[in-house]
Design a protein around this ligand. Sequence first.
Ligand SMILES: CC(C)(COP(=O)(O)OP(=O)(O)OC[C@H]1O[C@@H](n2cnc3c(N)ncnc32)[C@H](O)[C@@H]1OP(=O)(O)O)[C@@H](O)C(=O)NCCC(=O)NCCS
Length: 265
Amino acid sequence: MPDRYGPALAGVLVVTDDRTAGTPPRGARERAESEELRARMSPDRYESYRMGRTSAHEALALWLPQAVHLRAEVLRGPLGQPLATLDDADVAEVSIAHCPGWAAAVASERGRPLGVDLEPRWSGSEGPAMRAASPGQLAVAERAGLVPRTAALLLWTVREAAGKALRTGLVVAPGVLDVEAVEQVGRDTFEVRFSSLPAMTGVTRVLDDVVVSLATLCRRTARLRLTNEWRTTSTAGRAWGLVVREPVDALEEQADSGPRELEWS
Ligand SMILES: CC(C)(COP(=O)(O)OP(=O)(O)OC[C@H]1O[C@@H](n2cnc3c(N)ncnc32)[C@H](O)[C@@H]1OP(=O)(O)O)[C@@H](O)C(=O)NCCC(=O)NCCS
């Protein structure tokens, strides 16, 4: 049984730029979906789709027991969101992102949907991100010590990650995904809070080539953190663990109040 008061591993993040290492679609339904999408998508879009699916399978391989992940399929849900299923049952939460040459995926425990997004740092993608960010939002991110173009990429990716965690994408009322605070919490790592979503927590890691963000809903006091880089996957992707941390005083408060312990079960 996991330690209720210790930081728990909540998921696994995989990031890859390996276009050649495709995991073949798993299972009849994923194969059929892949063939249907190959016919509908441009070659570039289909390559991104496959890179995303490969990353998702890599993340599931690190997250689930082998007997489960080897049979799990990653399908499209009704809102476009990826679903990791086996025999019609969800086996994990999964989120996918891709940008030219790169893909990322997160696998996490059922009931804790995470969203992921990534953007390249050096391909001009900061142009649209800069134009999309209001001066007020840019100022919030720059206060954490980021240069404007990295601040814009943080805002862009963390908002998309939050939209994916919510399953709405960016189709939300104005201001819902506005960022309230950005704080540097490690080398190249930034914690993000949202003005209208107090229970949403985000984390952004600025890597050499890409900015990658994650977000999830959790207790208001909890924070999402990445572990140090953990593994290289079998297809040369890089992997990090994801941890949800409670501040120590919140844990002590929980431990002192018997009935509220039920919230943890
Ligand atoms: C979802 C969205 C944020 C994706 O952003 P993007 O820049 O187009 O693409 P990204 O590479 O970041 O992510 C693409 C992946 O997001 C995932 N995705 C798509 N819709 C999603 C949703 N509603 N929730 C969570 N994840 C979703 C898919 O896995 C997709 O990859 P795939 O099509 O290859 O499987 C964006 O397209 C959006 O806001 N769309 C409008 C929302 C929408 O269509 N909602 C459905 C009805 S509410």
